[in-house]
Every structure is written in structure tokens, then in C-alpha cells.
Design a protein around this ligand. Structure first.
Ligand code: CMC
Length: 429
């Protein structure tokens, strides 16, 4: 192999520059030396939507989008989904290695210690309108947690960081469940720390008059696997929001609120909700061809399809599709699964989707499972946010400890007016 560098000739000046290549990338700052004259600011790279810009060097999650591969800290997602549980995966994402027995017990215990919310948080949730969207409640409430934990500002203190990470991972399910019960008009159900992380989440959602809620083991495991699959996905929109907002050195609760807000959008985590609305609108397999025709004509998108990175089958979607049948053995079968499977079959044989390499993503099948479990549509993105919290925190910590990172501040290519003088209002035409 030749030299690990790039020789660039600036045709404006005829000058050549040698730019080094490291780990398959050039440093954008190396372009700055390329100038027409001494007054020139230097060359910028222009990359709207960050299609080809790496904003960090990370050791957390690896994706090969062409081959449909996803690893957390080197471990294939299929193995983690089969053999691990959410809290163990969270530990792995945060610490880089799988825990020993003692480390896992200690971590699980620490998370359990922090599942309760300050009683005033209930009043805060009560203040939302009765039909407020649960994602809006989650974004607002998790941001408000920063006011309960002013010590969260000590982001350079490793012990404080550990404490806030533990708090936020422990409290997200409680906030999520409170939002759900507020919308339902149900009394809040407090955490039961005898249960697992996911078992307790089901308890806080569904406990009614029984003294002790007993989660169904199949459903508890299904949630656990879904949470593992959603735990991290490298530099997606909400994680970039986490790194961008976190780079201002704000406390992690405020940064999580920003990430959750980014996740809420229908092109990101909000897609799982949109998939269910879409499937309900299609209604039956007979209506699929006319729906596909509309999508191809540019009238809306096939929600739950396509991905910026995956140009083959999303490995998470494959695992979720398999869980669906296990869940339906316990719950009533969700008839929308037949519409979804047929929609997938037709889309994958269609030239439009083949040409653009559009495959089902993580959001395509998850909502069908959640709905069969009795979880309402407006909670789907909330569940995504609960699961993604460990990934957001791992990325936040990695960003803070990276000596190369500073406050995130992109450049722009300015196309507006040159300097001009203010015109008094009476003289404006
Ligand atoms: N249905 C129909 N056409 C699509 C779709 C879709 N779901 N996704 C992309 N396309 C077309 C798009 O119209 C464009 O066609 P053309 O080249 O003719 O203009 C081409 O495919 C490339 O699309 P793009 O918008 O440039 O691709 P992107 O990488 O910017 O967008 C995406 C990625 C995920 C936002 C997009 O595929 C999409 O909107 N999908 C539907 C929403 C969705 O399911 N989001 C969840 C993503 S996975 C989980 C997560 O991130 O939270």
C-alpha cells in the first residue's frame, strides 16, 4: 500500500498540499491551510446533514451498514440479545467491558436504589394536560430533574458523573410510567425493587389493584431484548444532540432532555409511532398496492423503512420480527403483523425500494409488539428513549473524557447580504 496521505492540488493557485490520512479520515482542519492568499480564511468542507463527516472517535458502537452488522463494544447484537440483559448491556456500553458477577450485582443494586422520584416530580407531571403526549411529558420532566439534583453540574467529577448516570438510568422508566399513568388517569405506581429493571417497568405501567404485580416472563424478556436492541446506535440524530448539547458542559439531565427531544421526531425514534398509524391507515393487505403507489409518487414515506447507515436489512429488525411470535403466544395476536409482513414482502420486491436500498429498520416491527402488550402508540418513542438512555450516557461520558473534544460549533457558508446601512422604517419600500 502507498503512503497514508492525500495530495491535493488547488487549481485556483496551482499549489499542492499533502494531507495525512488517519483511520480512513482526513482532518477537516488540515484543509484550512489551503488558501488563495494570506487574507483568505482557508478551505472549509461543506457537509449538510453530516453525510460524510465523523464528529468524534468512538469505541462504543460499530455499524457496518452495507453488511447489516451492529456491535456494542465489539459484541454482536445478536449474541447480546440472546444472552444478556439490559442492565448488563448498559454496564458494557458505559464501561467498555462485560461486568463480573460482583460488578453486575453492584451496578444492578445501585440502579435499583435510585428508581424513586422526588414526590414533587408527581406534582410536576400532574401539571400536564390530561391528553398531553407522553414524549412531551418525558422531555419536560427529565429536564426538570436537573433542578432536583444541582450536584449534576459537577460533570468533571467522576464520582458525580457515576451518580447521575445511575440516577438517570434508574429514573427514566419511572418518569415514563408516570407520564403514561397521568394520561390514563391512573394512580402512579411506585417502583418495586424486587423486580428486574424491565419487570419493574411493566409493574409501574400496568399494576392495578393487586398487592404485588407479577410480570409475565415472556413479556418481561421481550421488553428486555427490545431495550438491548435500542440501547445505542452510534452517532444518530439524538446522540449527536447529546454530544452537541453536552459539549456546552450542561448537566446530563438537561442534555438528556435535548436528546429525547431529537428522538421524538418522526424521522428518528418517532417513526415507531408513525408505523402503527400507517399500518392502521392501510388496514388490510388488499390496500397495500395502492399505498405503495402513493409512496412511490412521493406522497409520504413508508415509515419504518430506510436508514442513513443501513443499506441492507437492519439486524435489529430481524431480531424483533422473531420476538413477535413469542409475544403473540401470550398476548392476543396483533392483526397488523400480517399487514406489516405483506408490506415488507411487497416493498422488498419493488424496484423503487430495491434501487434505493430501503429495508425495514428497528421501528418497523417494534410497535406491533408493544401494541400487542397493551402499550399505547404514544408510548412507543418513550420506550425507545428509556432504552437509549444508557447509550446517550456512554456517549456523553466518552465525549467529556476525550481531550480532543471542545464545545461543538460548526461553521457555515454565508450566502447573505454584504454589509449595508440600516433603512428607517418610513423609507422602506
Ligand atoms: N419511504 C419511501 N422512500 C424513502 C424512504 C421511505 N421510508 N426513505 C428514503 N426514501 C427515499 C427518498 O425519497 C430518497 O429518494 P430519491 O433519491 O428518489 O429522492 C432516497 O430514498 C434516499 O432518502 P434520503 O431521505 O436521502 O435518506 P436519508 O438517509 O436522509 O434518510 C431516513 C434516512 C431514516 C430519515 C429515511 O429513510 C426515512 O425517512 N425513513 C422513514 C422514517 C423512519 O423509519 N425512521 C426511523 C429510522 S431508524 C431508527 C431511528 O433512527 O430512530
Amino acid at each position: 500500500m502507498g503512503k497514508e496521505s492525500l495530495t491535493v492540488t488547488d487549481n485556483r493557485t496551482g499549489k499542492s498540499y499533502e494531507i495525512s490520512i488517519q483511520e480512513g479520515a482526513i482532518r477537516a482542519m488540515d484543509l484550512r491551510q489551503i488558501k488563495v492568499n494570506d487574507d483568505d480564511f482557508g478551505l472549509l468542507s461543506y457537509d449538510p446533514a453530516f453525510m460524510n463527516t465523523a464528529s468524534c472517535r468512538s469505541r462504543i458502537t460499530y455499524i457496518d451498514g452495507d453488511r447489516g452488522i451492529l456491535h456494542y463494544r465489539g459484541y454482536p447484537i445478536e449474541q447480546l440479545a440472546q444472552k444478556s440483559n439490559y442492565l448488563e448491556v448498559a454496564y458494557l456500553l458505559l464501561n467498555g467491558e462485560l461486568p463480573t458477577h460482583a460488578q453486575l450485582d453492584d451496578w444492578t443494586q445501585s440502579v435499583k436504589l435510585h428508581t424513586m422520584l422526588h414526590e414533587s416530580v408527581k406534582k410536576f407531571v400532574d401539571g400536564f394536560h390530561h391528553d398531553a403526549h407522553t414524549m412531551g411529558m418525558l422531555v419536560g420532566t427529565v429536564g426538570a430533574l436537573s433542578t432536583f439534583y444541582p450536584d449534576a453540574k459537577h460533570i468533571h467529577d467522576a464520582e458525580s458523573r457515576r451518580m447521575q448516570i445511575c440516577r438517570v438510568i434508574a429514573k427514566m422508566p419511572t418518569v415514563a410510567a408516570f407520564a403514561y399513568r397521568h394520561r390514563k388517569g391512573l394512580r402512579y405506581a411506585y417502583p418495586d425493587n424486587e423486580l428486574t429493571y424491565c419487570g419493574n417497568f411493566l409493574n409501574m405501567l400496568f399494576k392495578m389493584t393487586e398487592v404485588r404485580y407479577k410480570p409475565d416472563p415472556v413479556l418481561e424478556r421481550a421488553i428486555d431484548v427490545l431495550f438491548i436492541l435500542h440501547a445505542d446506535h452510534e452517532q444518530n440524530c439524538s446522540t449527536s444532540a447529546m454530544r452537541g448539547v453536552g459539549s456546552s458542559q450542561v448537566d446530563p439531565f438537561s442534555a438528556i432532555a435535548a436528546s429525547a427531544a431529537a428522538l421524538y421526531g418522526p424521522l428518528h425514534g418517532g417513526a415507531n409511532e408513525q408505523v402503527l398509524l400507517m399500518l392502521a391507515e392501510i388496514g388490510s393487505s388488499a390496500n397495500i398496492p395502492s399505498f405503495i403507489k402513493k409512496v412511490k409518487a412521493g406522497e409520504g414515506r413508508l415509515m419504518g423503512f430506510g436508514h442513513r447507515i443501513y443499506k441492507s436489512y437492519d439486524p435489529r429488525a430481524r431480531i424483533i420480527k422473531e420476538i413477535a411470535d413469542q409475544v403473540f403466544e401470550v398476548t392476543k395476536r396483533n392483526p397488523l403483523i400480517d399487514v406489516a409482513r405483506e408490506l415488507e414482502r411487497i416493498a422488498l420486491e419493488d424496484e423503487y425500494f430495491i434501487k434505493r436500498k430501503l429495508y425495514p429498520n428497528v421501528d418497523f416491527y417494534s410497535g406491533i409488539i408493544y401494541q400487542a402488550m397493551g402499550i399505547p402508540v404514544e408510548m412507543f418513542t418513550v420506550l425507545f428513549a428509556v432504552a437509549r438512555t444508557s447509550g446517550w450516557m456512554a456517549q456523553w461520558q466518552e465525549m467529556l473524557l476525550d481531550p480532543e473534544q471542545k464545545i461543538a460549533r460548526p461553521r457555515q457558508v454565508y450566502l447573505g447580504h454584504d454589509r449595508r446601512d440600516f433603512v428607517p422604517i418610513e423609507k422602506r419600500g
